[in-house]
Design a protein around this ligand. Structure first.
Ligand SMILES: Cc1cc2nc3c(=O)[nH]c(=O)nc-3n(C[C@H](O)[C@H](O)[C@H](O)COP(=O)(O)OP(=O)(O)OC[C@H]3O[C@@H](n4cnc5c(N)ncnc54)[C@H](O)[C@@H]3O)c2cc1C
Ligand code: FES
Length: 347
């Protein structure tokens, strides 16, 4: 049995099976609804249910509260249709155009610039470059159909010689996938992945100045965006704020310095929250999004691209829109939610 979902105001519609998440059907149909984690944790897919009835699967209260559900809001990633539906959601230009594919990939390189970050280079099947938008992510399909998401750190245009993607993976001790990356994974291993996913990517149709905000390995998709701007000669003003605990955690500091020296319109501001004595750090300190607010008390004419720890992303969204006048629809983000976040507070 299937139902029709109509999206307003675009008027686009697609079919969804009973018990299938609305978002999964939209991705299959190439309808670009906004989303991030696909798993009820980040809230990026929150949309208004105008007509019809859904059943929500497990999700975090922070992504959709009982009061919001009561008031007619829904998370498309974990809501299953029980009738035909009409939902209100902006459709994201460019999001549904690239088909999602499953493919095997070979690990060709594992670098460990710091003890807890691995930079993986994955080779795609020969002559089969992955089409994606700079900022999007892939999912590894693990045993037992577990999935883990990682953002591409290279521009899609940087694949000309050999189809490949670069990923930046932080070790989460006790984690299913990253424990394996930091113990048994070796070059030539074959992994299975699916992608591209996500609506966090550079909006190339805008000329607004940008704040590019990263914490930890949230630098990965931001690096992809910067590399893409470099290759395409995009001249928009951009300031990169990269927040880490101490200097060693700025695992591609030299890359960022070099990019800023080559791109006249890019400024790089590293921010450390707990600089160590041996860092002899004379740069910015504190919470990375506070550094942005000090430099840009007025963000009303900006776009912000934020990626990394969920607490950094949600604090930046809250403070930038409420205090600095950033228009709510000019905040683009991927929060790196994990199993711990998903199981921390479910309804
Ligand atoms: C859109 C998106 C993009 C991402 N991109 C990146 C990226 O580019 N780089 C990156 O480093 N990360 C990224 N992440 C995070 C990444 O997907 C993983 O969540 C992370 O690497 C941990 O995976 P894991 O399998 O090692 O840990 P998991 O097995 O998911 O465990 C994570 C933590 O949760 C704990 N845990 C597991 N199960 C439970 C439970 N039931 N209850 C409570 N605690 C539990 C574990 O002990 C561990 O500490 C992204 C996430 C999203 C949503
Ligand atoms: S995409 Fe639905 S809550 Fe994250």
């Amino acid at each position: 049995m299937s139902f029709t979902v109509t999206v307003q105001p675009s008027g686009r519609s697609f079919q969804v099976s009973r018990d299938e998440p609305i978002l999964a059907a939209a991705i299959r149909a190439g309808v670009g609804l906004p989303y991030g984690c696909k798993d009820g944790a980040c809230g990026s897919c929150k949309s208004r249910l105008l007509e019809g009835r859904v059943i929500h699967g497990a999700h975090q209260a922070g992504a959709l509260s009982a009061a919001e559900a009561e008031a007619g809001w829904t998370l498309t990633c974990c809501a299953a249709a029980q009738t035909d539906l009409v939902i209100e959601a902006r459709t994201v230009a460019g999001a549904g155009e690239i088909p999602v594919r499953k493919m095997p990939v070979r690990v060709t390189r594992i670098d460990k610039p710091t003890p807890d970050v691995a930079v993986l280079t994955l080779q795609l099947p020969a002559n089969d470059a992955l089409r994606f938008q700079p900022g999007q992510y892939i999912e590894f399909i693990l045993q037992g159909n577990l999935r883990r998401s990682y953002s591409m750190a290279n521009s899609p245009l940087a694949q000309s010689d050999k189809p490949s993607v670069e990923l930046h993976i932080r070790h989460t001790p006790g984690g299913v996938f990253t424990d394996a990356v930091f113990s048994t994974m070796k070059e030539k291993d074959i992994l299975r992945m699916e992608g591209p996913f996500g609506t966090f990517f550079l909006r190339e149709d805008s000329a607004k100045p940008m704040v590019l905000l990263a914490s930890g390995t949230g630098f990965a998709p931001i690096k992809a965006i910067i590399e893409h701007m470099q290759i395409k000669g995009i001249q928009r003003q951009a300031v990169l704020y990269w927040g880490c605990r101490s200097k060693v955690n700025l695992y591609q500091h030299e890359w960022a310095l070099e990019a800023a020296s080559k791109m006249a319109h890019l400024t790089y501001v590293p921010v450390l929250s707990e600089p160590q004595a041996e860092d002899a750090w004379t740069g910015r300190t504190g919470f990375v999004h506070h550094a942005v607010m000090r430099d840009f008390p007025d963000l009303s004419a900006h776009q912000v691209y934020a990626c990394g720890a969920p607490i950094m992303v949600s604090s930046a969204q809250h403070d930038f829109t409420l205090t600095c006048g950033l228009p709510a629809d000019e905040f683009y983000a991927d929060a790196f939610t994990s199993e711990a976040d998903k199981h921390g507070n479910t309804e």
